[in-house]
Design a protein around this ligand. Sequence first.
Ligand code: G1P
Ligand code: ZN
Length: 542
Amino acid sequence: MTLTIATTPFADQKPGTSGLRKKVRVFQQPNYAENFVQSVFDVLEGYAGQTLVLGGDGRFLNREVIQTAIRMAAANGFGRVLVGLRGILSTPAASNVIRKYEAFGGLVLSASHNPGGPDEDFGIKYNIGNGGPAPEKITDAIYARTKVIDRYLTVDAPDVDLDCLGETLVAGMIVAVIDPVADYAELMEQLFDFDAIRDLIAGGFRLSFDAMHAVTGPYAQEILERRLGASAGTVVNGTPLPDFGGHHPDPNTVHAHELFERMFGADAPDFGAASDGDGDRNLILGRNIFVTPSDSLAALAANAHLAPGYACGLRGIARSMPTSAAADRVAQALGLPLHETPTGWKFFGNLLDAGMATICGEESAGTGSNHVREKDGLWAILLWLNILAVRRESVAAIMESHWARFGRNYYARHDYEGVDAVAAERLIAELRAALSILVGRMVQGLTVVSADEFEYLDPVDGSLSRNQGLRVQFEGGARIVFRLSGTGTSGATLRVYLERYEWPDGILDADTTVALIDLVAAADDLAGITRHTGRSAPSVIT
Ligand code: G1P
Ligand code: ZN
């Protein structure tokens, strides 16, 4: 029996974002999650009798919201729900399941790399039938719906047992609890040479993977330890916990510092990697070397043909605008198109669907390919392992020969977090107004060759995205990009992306901080960062 429950309207989703991300306490308010799920269903058309994929990163509230969504999917007329065992599905695995079983779409429960637990964050995101995040047209409609929603549909049915594989009926709708790892591992086996990686590992190659008590633990244990033969204990923090053990599941220098210490310490393994809360980000380390995400994208693109899934070459490479131009050098050398998109994975979807790009990446630790429609942490790690297995060189040696061939893009992102939102807007507005007079000027000894505000005309659907970041390009390939974060939760976050290019025959500085020192000063000269924000240094450097 379908129940219609009257609710109070709410207007909480940030427009332009791909899902709803809030504190757990906010989600625990009566009807809150229900209102959002119903708003999603209300704007979709044609899903009667179709399949919905459901799963999350295991954080606090995951199971409760899954049970709620199952009852609501039944009441709204879905024919089948595929849910990951124990409610677990990594974001890339959910994307794969949606594609493989030709589902109508999926609800992914996660707040990505944000902390979890009763006082931390939760999120719900809708993915469409291609497996990717819903485009703006749909998220805007969902947002509009959340403002006026006044009822939701549910059924009176007991909870589904999420701890056992198999099918049950909920008010006539099939609920199948599926193995979250099997389909994903199978896809990875199609793309990569597991025999070669197994040989590498059997030959004494040592690796360490930090799952950060988040969703990738079971995937990494199955793939790295069981299928590829890495020793037990290769996967650390491998059990998903509702509060991620009290840590931020964000694979960076701060939150994955143990892995950094291991990789830069005595007797370091050959390869170190980590992924975030929902498994879409990646961190790549070799012995005594951190590979920046921009460099990783470039190195993966240059070597992808060594993996069976990419042996026929790439159709193109796509990167978000603030990501370094390292991948551009590879595209140029290989004669491939290079697409520059706004920040956010959703912009890659059309290029991948249209076969215009094969590999995509963002400076924020996201890399992926046309195998799914989300970025994919373990995929990047396995492609690295495949390349290492074929080349039989260290990570450091691979990067050195990469820079010797393509040149090196020294790169850093400086984040000024929690700055006053009005001051941040003023900084951007002033710099925007000054862009036209910058060309030809010298700043800290560097000549500005162009200055503009990035906008993107999607070559597939013709949509135009404006105001995607201010960029100042200098002679010799150096660049500074300024933009405000779209995902921050308190105040504004100013992101300043700094990049300097060294030709292959240039003098390689090796130290990024030294290489970028003039650009840091130039950024302040151009934008008045200290003057506007009162900050003399960034809160985080990545
Ligand atoms: C950040 C990253 C961006 C990524 C997004 C979602 O967005 O910069 O690359 O796609 O998180 O993971 P931002 O806060 O910069 O808007
Ligand atoms: Zn994530």
